[in-house]
Design a protein around this ligand. Structure first.
Ligand SMILES: [Fe+2]
Length: 271
């Protein structure tokens, strides 16, 4: 087993993992330890990695089977399981708080990002602990949220979605607004505002307004970890209990290129 060292980055979220070279095969015990660390800390950081696409895919599978990403126009050439996050060709940084691929019946367990080209300033990725966000709400509001279900589909605002992807991934999927974490049974707020067509029983406008207000009230600096990228960093985000966002505040003459892998998750449930 690799000699992992786990160093907390903030009290409620984030840990740095050292003592592992992700380009090498990962044994079963280390996989277990990494998955446990992810569920506990919600965001894991590995520095100084040097990975080919195939090595990166192999390392990502330590957390579970990788899943195909639905915007095929951003796939790495020849790799439908690696998405290019690069803000070129009309792609814009995802600056609003969200969690990924919520329009799938089984949304990802984790989003993994690998820093390939990093701007000299700005362009961070922030991750918020949505179980801490849930716990901080009033008992009344938690009860209200527990009863809510969201209807999810592809983002309507995206103009470059391919027809074949819209057909495959555009069907509405219903999820609980609050999901129970399959590893430790805690509850977290779970939605992607741009992918929620509506909250059942509410109009689309009221749904969006409520979610925007929730984000505003819930996400505070003390439950957030902001990752400042260095080339060769790998950031693993537990999508079952977090939201994340990109910071678009960097000089667009510079490049910001991250390779994204999604790890298959289970169907969100509340119990
Ligand atoms: Fe994202």
């Amino acid at each position: 087993m690799a000699q992992l060292t786990i160093t907390k980055l903030k009290p409620g979220i984030g840990a740095e993992i050292s003592g592992i070279d992700l380009s090498q095969p990962i044994d079963a015990e280390t996989r277990e330890a990494l998955s446990r660390a992810l569920a506990e800390h919600l965001a894991l950081v590995f520095h100084g990695q040097d990975l080919t696409p195939d090595q990166y895919l192999a390392a990502a599978s330590a957390f579970g089977p990788v899943m195909r990403q639905h915007y095929s126009q951003h796939h790495m050439e020849g790799y439908s399981n690696i998405g290019m996050v690069y803000h070129r060709n009309g792609q814009r940084p995802a600056e609003r708080w969200h969690t990924d691929h919520t329009n799938h019946e089984k949304p990802p367990l984790a989003t993994i990002l690998y820093g390939v080209e990093i701007p000299s300033a700005g362009g961070e990725t922030s991750v918020a602990n949505m179980r801490a966000a849930y716990d901080a709400l009033s008992a009344d509001e938690r009860r209200r949220l527990d009863a809510m279900r969201t209807v999810n589909t592809l983002d309507e605002q995206r103009l470059d979605t391919r027809e074949e992807d819209r057909e495959k991934y555009g069907r509405p999927v219903i999820h609980p607004m609050i999901r129970t974490h399959p590893v430790h049974g805690t509850k977290a707020v779970f939605f992607h505002i741009q992918k929620v067509a509506l909250i059942e029983g509410m109009t689309p406008e009221d749904s969006k307004a409520y979610m925007a207000d929730l984000i505003e009230r819930m996400i505070r600096p003390e439950i957030t970890y902001t990752h400042q990228w260095t080339r060769g960093d790998v950031l693993v985000i537990d999508d079952r209990a977090t939201m994340h966002r990109a910071h678009g505040d960097y000089d667009r003459r510079e490049s910001r290129v991250l390779w994204r892998i999604l790890v298959e998750g289970d169907r969100p449930r509340l119990n």
